[in-house]
Design a protein around this ligand. Structure first.
Ligand SMILES: [Zn+2]
Length: 499
C-alpha cells in the first residue's frame, strides 16, 4: 500500500472540505453522500472526465483494494463513482486514498465520500453485448498463420505514414483525405494469397465474400483509431477484420449506446448490416483496457496489435437503409436541396399570393380556437402586452380582454379583415419583426413556421430575427410566462385597452 492509513487528525482537517463537496455532489448529480456511513460505493468528489481523469487511472489505483463492480465517470462533471464488490474494500480505499492520492487535476489529492447509489447517466455503456450484425469468430487463424501474415508487412518506424498508427493498403488505396478509395486506380499490390481464409466461411451466410481491398493497421500500445463508419459508398457489406498479436477492446457506438467488445488475438470480427452501416467503431488510445466481466472489472494490458481489414470495393453507390450515416444518400439529398432565392420565390408564389387571394374564404372557415392557445392567452396578467405573429384573420385577438394585443401578418387582405373588426395590426414578415427587444410580455405564432420555404430560415436563429429577439430576451418565450415585467420605457407602442 502506497499510503498509510489517515490519522483522525488528518481526517478532521479534510472533513470541512468533504462537507462542502457533499453539497456539490448532491447539486450536480443528485446523489446523497456520506463522510462516515460506509458503503460499497465511493465518490471521487473532485475529479472526473472534465478534469482528464480516465477509467484506466481509476482502475489502476482502486483495484488494489478489491474487486470493482463499476467505474462511472459522469460526463461533463468533475466527479466519479467507484463501486466495490464489498464494503470492506471500499473502506480500505477510502481510508488510504482520501486526501492523499494525487490523481485530481494538476496532481492534486482526491477527496472521497460514500454513496448508496450510482447516478443515472444518459450514456448507456455495456460490455460484450451483442450488436446486430457483429460476429466474432475466435481462433479464426492459427499461430503459424498469424506469423506468416505478420511477415507480409514488416512495419518499421521509418514507413510511418499516419500520425496515430502505421497503415498499408493492398488492392486499392484507402484515401483518408477523401474518405474513399480511388475506384479506377487499383494498386499493383493485390491482396496476398496467404490471406485467403474465406473457405472457412463456407457454411455461413458469408460464403460468397471475395475481398479485393485490404488495409493493414499496426498499433503500438497507447495508439488508437477515431470513431468512424466505413464509408458506405466505398465498400460493400460485410467488412471483416482479423486481430493479430494482441487482444483489444473495440468500442461501438450508436446514439447514446456504447458497447465495448473484446476482440481476441487471432479472431475474426465480421461487421455486417446494422453493425457495418449504422454503428461507429473505434479504439481509445490507451495502454490498458478496462473490461467488465462477470467477476467485476479487470484490465487487459495492450501489446502491439496488427489488424487486417478485408473489404470489397463497392462499384456504384450505396442503397442501404441506414440513411443517417449514408454518404450516397446524403449526396443525393444535397442535389435536391434548393437555393435560398428559389425558396423565396416559391414562398412568394405559393404562400403569400395564395393567402391574398383566399383571404375571404380563409376568414369564413377559421373561427375555432385551439384550447391550449386560449389557456395561454388567459394566463397573462392584466395590462400585459402580447403579439400574434402571423395572425391570419385575428381569431386569437381579443380573447383575453385584460391584455393589450397586437398582431401582424404578411397578407394585406387578411389584415384588412382584422382591421374591420377593430383589431390593432401591422404588416410584417415574421423573419423581420419591427419590435424592440424586451418590449412585450408574450408572443404567439400559430401555424406559421411551416409556411417558410427554406430550412435555414426556419431553423437557423442567425437567419431569423424573430428567434434572435426571443433568445436575446430571456423573459419572452412562447408558451411561458415572463418572470420580469418590462418597464414603461421598454414599451415603444401602447394603446388604450379594448373595452
Ligand atoms: Zn449507405
Amino acid at each position: 500500500m502506497e499510503n498509510t492509513v489517515l490519522s483522525n487528525q488528518k481526517l478532521k482537517k479534510i472533513e470541512k472540505k468533504l462537507k462542502k463537496l457533499q453539497h456539490i455532489i448532491l447539486k450536480e448529480v443528485g446523489i446523497e453522500c456520506s463522510i462516515d456511513k460506509t458503503s460499497k460505493i465511493l465518490v471521487i468528489a473532485n475529479a472526473g472526465l472534465i478534469n482528464g481523469l480516465t477509467e484506466e487511472v481509476v482502475y489502476t489505483h482502486f483495484s488494489k483494494y478489491g474487486v470493482l463492480d463499476n467505474i462511472l465517470l459522469v460526463p461533463g462533471k468533475s466527479c466519479s463513482f467507484i463501486e466495490y464488490n464489498d464494503v470492506s474494500s471500499a473502506k480500505s480505499a477510502y481510508e488510504n486514498f482520501n486526501g492523499s492520492l494525487n490523481i485530481a487535476q494538476d496532481s492534486k489529492p482526491i477527496y472521497l465520500l460514500y454513496a448508496n447509489n450510482l447516478p443515472v447517466i444518459k450514456i448507456n455503456k455495456s460490455w460484450n453485448e451483442l450488436i446486430p450484425g457483429l460476429i466474432i469468430i475466435e481462433n479464426f487463424i492459427t499461430q503459424e498463420e498469424e506469423e506468416v501474415l505478420l511477415k507480409l508487412c514488416n512495419f518499421d518506424s521509418n514507413t510511418n505514414s499516419m500520425k496515430h498508427r502505421e497503415v498499408k493498403h493492398f488492392g486499392y488505396e484507402f484515401r483518408y483525405d477523401i474518405n474513399n478509395v480511388d475506384k479506377d486506380k487499383p494498386l499493383l499490390n493485390k491482396i496476398p494469397d496467404e490471406c485467403d481464409f474465406w473457405k472457412r466461411l463456407e457454411d455461413t451466410d458469408f460464403n460468397s465474400f471475395k475481398p479485393d481491398q485490404l488495409t493493414v493497421n499496426h498499433y503500438l500500445p497507447g495508439q488508437g483509431i477515431p470513431h468512424h463508419v466505413d464509408t458506405h459508398s466505398a465498400f460493400e457489406d460485410p467488412i471483416m477484420s482479423l486481430s493479430l498479436q494482441s487482444s483489444i477492446i473495440m468500442e461501438f457506438k450508436k446514439d447514446n449506446k456504447h458497447v465495448y467488445i473484446l476482440l481476441p488475438k487471432r479472431s475474426l470480427a465480421i461487421m455486417s448490416g446494422e453493425c457495418r452501416y449504422d454503428w461507429t467503431h473505434g479504439i481509445t488510445p490507451r495502454k490498458l483496457d478496462i473490461i467488465l466481466t462477470k467477476n467485476g472489472f479487470t484490465s487487459l494490458e495492450r501489446g502491439t496489435r496488427t489488424s487486417f481489414t478485408f473489404r470489397k470495393v463497392l462499384q456504384g453507390q450505396c442503397f442501404c437503409n441506414y440513411k443517417s450515416k449514408c454518404d450516397s444518400f446524403n449526396k443525393e439529398m444535397e442535389k435536391t436541396r434548393i437555393g435560398n432565392d428559389d425558396a423565396s420565390n416559391l414562398e412568394n408564389e405559393h404562400v403569400h399570393k395564395v393567402y391574398e387571394s383566399i383571404a375571404g374564404h380563409f376568414d369564413d372557415t377559421r373561427h375555432k380556437c385551439w384550447p391550449n392557445v386560449v389557456n395561454f392567452l388567459e394566463s397573462f396578467d392584466t395590462g400585459s402586452i402580447l403579439v400574434d405573429v402571423g395572425c391570419g384573420n385575428g381569431k386569437y385577438l381579443g380573447i383575453n380582454k385584460n391584455i393589450f394585443d397586437v398582431s401582424c401578418d404578411t397578407s394585406f387582405n387578411l389584415l384588412e379583415i382584422c382591421n374591420k373588426r377593430g383589431l390593432e395590426t401591422f404588416i410584417a414578415n415574421c423573419l423581420n419583426l419591427p419590435i424592440k427587444d424586451n418590449s412585450v410580455d408574450g408572443v404567439i405564432s400559430i401555424a406559421v413556421i411551416h409556411h417558410l420555404a427554406n430550412e435555414a430560415n426556419c431553423c437557423n436563429p442567425r437567419n431569423n430575427p424573430h428567434f434572435k429577439s426571443r433568445r436575446q430576451s430571456p423573459n419572452i418565450r412562447l408558451g411561458e410566462r415572463p418572470t420580469q415585467r418590462p418597464t414603461k420605457n421598454d414599451i415603444h407602442k401602447t394603446r388604450p385597452k379594448k373595452s
